[in-house]
Design a protein around this ligand. Structure first.
Ligand code: CA
Length: 243
């Protein structure tokens, strides 16, 4: 049974989420503060598979909770609930390490679908034995001295290893799948995030900035993640021009 932690202080909403997720067969725990969530999630083996984290909380807000979790090395899949009309919140959430987001008010069916997708990924990761010495990764991609392991959500650049969030990994995978081709921001939002409504595409740029920090030798002069002005981005695995 999948275990969901809901961090939300609005009792009405939290209980509605609990009711519906329990109906889906999830085990649900609700806490009302970020502090309580951090206490639970920084245990050695937190008893949860996915977190639904509201931004507006008494005390520590969702952004602070998110970044503290990631800084503590806790990479549990987390979906943030942000307020509609605050595109900056989406950017802040992703910057803090969120895997996905929904703006309030949201369709319950969409929230449940997003949670299912985060959990699928979680189950997949779990099924891999010996994380420290992985066998031949079945789902990986190498380019130059870099390799991405989509199973372990890791990016290796020479001797350094960067943990990726689910969304960073999904975006990178999407760009790699379209290697050499122009990919529009809107298309990325649709295909990677499953966002079809008219949403601000700026969070994408924020993601690209972070991915560039990992993979580009000089992030100010990118050679792999190329900006196409007014269009979007293009991933180039093996740039022809010398660095
Ligand atoms: Ca709230």
């Amino acid at each position: 049974m999948s275990r969901v932690l809901v961090v939300e202080d609005e009792t009405h909403l939290a209980e509605g989420l609990r009711f519906n997720m329990e109906a889906e067969g999830y085990q649900v725990r609700v806490v009302e503060t970020g502090e309580a969530a951090l206490d639970l999630l920084t245990l050695d083996a937190p008893p949860f598979d996915v977190v639904v984290l509201d931004v507006m909380l008494p005390g520590k807000d969702g952004f602070a909770v998110m970044s503290e979790l990631r800084q503590a090395g806790q990479f549990i899949p987390t979906l943030m609930l942000t307020a509609r009309g605050h595109p900056d919140d989406v950017i802040k959430g992703f910057a803090a390490g969120a895997d996905d987001y929904l703006t309030k008010p949201f369709e319950l069916a969409i929230l449940l679908a997003r949670i299912r997708s985060l959990l699928r990924r979680r189950e997949w990761l779990r099924s891999i034995p010996g994380r420290a010495a992985p066998p031949e990764p079945k789902d990986s991609f190498s380019f130059g001295d870099k390799s991405v392991n989509f199973e372990l959500l890791e990016l290796r650049v020479r001797e350094r290893t960067f943990p990726l969030t689910l969304m960073e990994a999904n975006l990178l995978r999407y760009l790699i799948q379209h290697e050499g081709k122009a990919v529009a921001r809107k298309k990325m939002l649709e295909e990677v995030w499953g966002v079809h409504e008219d949403t601000d595409t700026r969070p994408i740029d924020n993601f690209i900035v972070r991915l560039r920090r990992y993979i580009e030798q000089d992030p100010t002069r990118p050679r792999h993640l190329i900006t196409l002005r007014g269009v979007g981005y293009r991933f180039v695995a093996h740039p022809a021009d010398p660095a």
